[in-house]
Write a new protein. Structure first.
Ligand SMILES: Nc1ncnc2c1ncn2[C@@H]1O[C@H](COP(=O)(O)OP(=O)(O)OP(=O)(O)O)[C@@H](O)[C@H]1O
Ligand SMILES: [Mg+2]
Length: 259
């Protein structure tokens, strides 16, 4: 195994979707957990600036936010990058969304771009969790990403919106899009087949999160604030799920075992 040391200049991964509530934030925390398992330094940024709940999800809702950071950069008060992120464990830090939803609209895209660029110097991977609406933060995340992960669900409205979104993204020559079918965010019988979805959205389904990753009593775990894959009773207890997530995580940062 060719274990390479990344020299920071973090790879940027943007998690997005065409519809709300399809499991972006949960998946973004899981992917972050996988990188931490792989001993990569990873920053999870809540780009759902006005209504994001990543820090709450991980019980890290204390301290500064991306708004304080942008304000300090704007007013030349920014000194220590470490003072704005919350430490989850030795590998995972979180940059929280704004506390006051009104602050979200005040952050300029240029400053957001600066923030991501600065933090690339300190992390192997930066995971951007977006909202499905085309806010400045979402558009910037799409633009800066090395890989865009478009989460889709087994839902006709979502597939129609996904088709439209993909058409728009392709019209601006975005080619770094991976479509992930999330069969784990609800436990229900699937309506569409992978083949039909592919035809419907006119794009390959690159990964499927299988129903085995569905966590029935997820709310109990969310109350604990733990990243789900880092709890050995959950997703990672299943060998094939673990392997799938690890392979995906490595592929996304171009860190594969094969020569
Ligand atoms: N692996 C899972 N197992 C069980 N339930 C899940 C799983 N992933 C997601 N869910 C359910 O889906 C809900 C929505 O997930 P999440 O908040 O990640 O979606 P989202 O796409 O980020 O939503 P929003 O568009 O509001 O940001 C969760 O509250 C949870 O109930
Ligand atoms: Mg979310």
């Amino acid at each position: 195994m060719g274990e390479k040391m990344n020299k920071y200049k973090g790879k940027i991964i943007c998690v997005t979707s065409a519809k709300g509530g399809v499991g972006k934030s949960i998946f973004a925390t899981m992917l972050t957990g996988v990188y931490s398992y792989l001993k990569k330094k990873v920053l999870l940024v809540d780009m759902d600036l006005s209504s994001g709940g990543i820090s709450v999800l991980l019980n890290l809702d204390k301290g500064k936010t991306i708004y304080n950071l942008s304000d300090d950069i704007l007013n030349n008060r920014f000194k220590e990058h470490d003072g704005y992120v919350l430490h989850y464990n030795d590998f995972v830090d979180v940059l929280p969304a704004c506390k006051d939803p009104r602050e979200g609209n005040k952050i300029d895209s240029k400053i957001l771009e600066q923030i991501i660029t600065i933090y690339q110097n300190y992390y192997d991977v930066i995971v951007l969790d977006t909202t499905h609406t085309p806010t400045n933060a979402t558009l910037l995340s799409l633009d800066m990403a090395d890989n865009i992960l478009l989460l889709i669900s087994d839902n006709p409205v979502d597939l129609k919106n996904t088709h439209n979104l993909l058409t728009v993204l392709e019209s601006v020559n975005k080619e770094n899009i991976k479509v992930i079918l999330n069969n784990a965010y609800r436990d229900e019988k699937k309506y569409f087949k992978r083949y039909d979805i592919k035809n419907y959205i006119n794009h390959n389904v690159d990964y499927i999160l299988p129903n085995s990753m569905y966590i029935r009593d997820i709310n109990n775990y969310l109350m604990e604030g733990k990243i789900l894959v880092l709890n050995d009773k959950l997703v990672f207890k299943n060998d094939s799920d673990r392997e799938l997530l690890i392979k995906m995580a490595k592929d996304l940062i171009g860190d594969s075992d094969e020569k």
